[in-house]
Design a protein around this ligand. Structure first.
Ligand code: ATP
Ligand code: MG
Length: 418
């Protein structure tokens, strides 16, 4: 759906609710983004209608009950190309005994609904029919001043949902805002308790925050508030010695894909020599629930740095397997950032790129031999096969075996003298 079509559909949802006698307004992030002059990523509607009424009005086939206990129904856009609108009943959240989610919600009014939202800039409504902003929380003032301010008592709001600490830093980083003093003090006071937030949610916040233009600023805030100790303890632990270089690296990795940025956070930790790479990656993977592919890209990126930075001095057989690794792009962007941060001239990088640009059959030629060749010359299959084939492959890559015949002669001679 085009942005105009998305907007039109979000207006239509409000119109239909109004026509049925309910209150309905755009709410939260989309209002903020409109007031900042940007295009909202999606539109959320807040309404006096109950979830049941919303589903009856739009039809069960055109709605999805995504969070009915919280009063949230997704109204599906006409075409399946995005633009669905989340319709949430005005509500008041009760106590939060787990530090993350309210124990119960009560349906209420727009004014009360604003109070349960996290920050003033996220707590406004917009009437798309009259084009009026409805602002019970002075969100417009903070938007003008560039401030992230908790709605109501900062200490209580942060205490009830610990995820808000990470959201505060993220929104400040995204919009280039400051965090208002009381809110910041509350974040610093409760920072350690961010540990009650699930690894998945922390990972989402880390990803989104690193994706902003002020990722290095955010990293510094994570550190000064104490959040870093809980979200990336491996980095926090060595901050005194690696903080500066880590910030520098992250500056060089602005806008880079997430795995490159994350490898930039891990590389200085590895360079302290205090952590074993597989163990470091495994603990990160478990904690943040990373996929196999993500953790492998991080592992390879950090583990290949010493090889890549001296690649020209190494035998080709030690370099080539790295260059054909599926995550070589992550490793190279990390290498480029390290070079830039250290002020090193990128000659090695040019060479690596020229090798990568070789035709596939030159960069990764077919192996001269495989297991069946060894069987054919009378060897019994066994654990030694792998080592033997690896040696043949290395000699092939290093130009010591010209063809299959030479490879077979070498194997025969080798087993005869072994
Ligand atoms: P984004 O562009 O990142 O989606 P957003 O403001 O839309 O920003 P969402 O996480 O989609 O953020 O949440 C939508 C709205 O719900 C927020 O604007 C805010 O009003 C409210 N909200 C979301 N998470 C919380 C929370 N943890 N505590 C209180 N209010 C929240
Ligand atoms: Mg949103």
């Amino acid at each position: 759906m085009t942005q105009d079509a998305e907007r039109l559909f979000a207006v239509e949802v409000v119109e239909r609710l109004r026509a049925a006698g309910h209150q309905a307004l755009w709410a939260g992030g989309c209002v903020r983004d409109l007031l900042l002059g940007g295009q909202p990523a999606d539109y959320d509607v807040a309404t006096s209608a109950t979830p049941k009424q919303v589903r009856q009005l739009f039809g069960h086939r055109r709605t999805l009950p995504v969070g009915v206990s919280f009063g949230v129904v997704l109204v599906l856009a006409p075409k399946k190309a995005g633009g669905d609108v989340e319709v949430a009943t005005f509500r008041t959240d009760s106590t939060y005994s787990d530090g993350r989610r309210p124990d119960a919600v009560t349906f209420s009014t727009a004014k009360e609904d604003a109070q349960r939202r996290d920050f003033t800039i996220n707590g406004m409504f917009f009437d798309p029919l009259s084009e009026e902003v409805i602002d019970y929380v002075d969100g417009q003032r903070d938007l003008k001043r560039g401030l992230i301010r908790a709605i109501g008592n900062a200490d209580e709001r942060i205490a009830e949902d610990k995820l808000r600490m990470l959201r505060a830093v993220r929104f400040a980083a995204r919009f280039g805002f400051e965090i208002e003093a009381e809110t910041w003090a509350a974040v610093s006071r409760h920072a350690r308790q961010v540990a009650v937030v699930s690894g998945e949610r922390i990972a989402v916040e880390i990803r989104k925050t690193l994706g902003t233009q002020r990722a290095p600023w955010a990293l510094d805030r994570w550190h000064t508030s104490g959040l870093l100790r809980s979200i990336l303890p491996e980095v926090a632990e060595h901050w005194e010695s690696i903080g500066d270089v880590t910030l520098k690296l992250l500056r060089e990795l602005l806008g880079a894909p997430w795995p490159s940025q994350m490898s930039g956070l891990l590389c200085p930790v590895v360079e302290t020599g205090t952590r074993d790479i597989p163990e470091l990656i495994a603990s990160l993977k478990t904690r943040l629930k990373l996929s196999n592919e993500e953790s492998e890209s991080l592992r390879f990126a950090v583990a290949s740095q010493s090889m890549l930075s001296k690649a020209r001095q190494l035998p080709w057989s030690q370099v080539q397997p790295g260059l054909i690794h599926p995550h070589i792009d992550v490793a190279l962007s990390l290498l480029a950032a390290r070079n830039a941060a250290a002020g090193v001239r990128p000659e090695d990088m040019d060479w690596l790129l020229s090798q990568l640009a070789l035709p596939p059959e030159t960069l990764d030629p077919k192996p001269l031999l495989d297991g069946s060749d060894l069987i054919e010359i009378g060897l019994r299959p066994g654990p030694k096969f792998r080592g033997l084939l690896d040696r043949v492959r290395a000699m092939q890559l290093d130009g010591q075996l010209a063809d299959r015949g030479a490879a077979l002669r070498w194997v025969r001679q080798f087993v005869a003298t072994d």
